[in-house]
Ligand binder design. Structure first.
Ligand code: CP
Length: 316
């Protein structure tokens, strides 16, 4: 494939999007977030009967099924690739797998990988659109976009807010996509969490809009309190926390999590976010998950709308 002739639009990282492009996706996501518009519209379709394929090499509930729901709402065909029963178990590479699916007429591959750099390498070699559904600790662009939409719906803006990102920032692709996206709007980001789970080179290494706080300071200062899942599967060595005991989990909650006491010290107008899956009573007190200040299920709902917008963009 000649890279210059590629017609479809990949989405590998938020870095590649301008603020205008992000706003266009959010506007279209907002359109799809309106229940009245949750009908199949063929008007925007540029390929007849588009075929998209979910290819998840890591576990997922939200991303995988919201892409599937999004595709169905758009009237697209969706295939679900099962890595454990595919020829990748015989040594077939991801590129060769995608080239094979492309030869069958698949127009868009939605991929979650353990690797951080694979999609950047394979996408330009393929005619089908490649959408990053989470790549190692690198980025999770559609999560970043749905988080922006959730913030914009609530506050009417993304600029001039303080967003606290708290917890396992070092291993979080969600944090990376949000930090990059918020930086494009000049939004201040407050970073907090256990030292061993914060960026090795300090908060400023993530961008000039980022600065370090204690968890208490971040919670008290922020308009948005975004808690992160502890990414145990990516930690290189045994953690300092004993996750297998209730005492160990409670210790994390009390030191770094959103406790009821910390929630009470949040700004009155502030909202709680978490990309999920969340560990109840570890990153967040279980009683706060469905609190009126919590946007967690709103984020999940917006995930379908944003993924509809991203699929339309990919195939336009
Ligand atoms: N937030 C998120 O990516 O969730 P899943 O791992 O369930 O897709």
């Amino acid at each position: 494939m000649n890279i210059m002739t590629k017609k479809r639009k990949d989405l590998i990282t938020i870095r590649e999007l301008s603020v205008d492009e992000i706003n266009a996706i959010l506007d279209r996501g907002d359109y799809w977030a309106d229940e009245d518009n949750f009908r199949i519209s063929n008007n925007a379709r540029v390929i007849d009967n588009p075929i998209v394929c979910n290819i998840f090499f890591e576990s997922s509930t939200r991303t995988r099924f919201s892409f599937e729901v999004a595709a169905k709402k758009l009237g697209y065909h969706i295939l679900n690739f099962d890595p454990n029963h595919s020829s990748t178990t015989k040594g077939e590479t991801v590129y060769d797998t995608l080239r094979t699916l492309e030869s069958m007429g698949v127009n868009c591959a939605i991929i979650r990988t353990k690797e951080e750099n694979m999609l950047q390498e394979v996408a330009p070699q393929l005619d089908l659109a490649v959408v990053n559904a989470g790549a190692g600790a690198f980025e999770h662009p559609t999560q970043g976009l749905l988080d922006l939409l959730t913030i914009r719906q609530h506050f009417g803006r993304i600029e001039n807010l303080k967003v606290a990102i708290i917890g396992d920032v070092r291993y979080s692709r969600v944090a990376n996509s949000n930090i990059v996206a918020l930086g494009k709007y000049g939004t201040e980001v407050l970073i907090a969490g256990p030292e061993e789970l914060l960026p090795k080179d300090g908060a400023k290494s993530l961008g000039e809009h980022c600065s370090l706080r204690t968890v208490d300071e971040a919670v008290e200062e922020a308009d948005v309190v975004m808690m992160l899942r502890v990414q145990r599967e990516r930690h290189p060595r045994k953690d300092d926390f004993d996750w297998d005991t209730s005492e160990g989990r409670l210790q994390y909650l009390e030191r770094y999590g959103l406790t009821v006491d910390r929630f009470r010290r949040m700004n009155e107008h502030a909202i709680i976010m978490h990309p999920a899956p969340f560990n109840r009573d570890v990153e967040i007190d279980g009683s706060l998950v469905e609190h009126s200040h919590s946007m967690i299920y709103k984020q999940v709902k917006n995930g379908v709308a944003i993924r509809m917008a991203v699929l339309e963009r990919a195939l336009s």
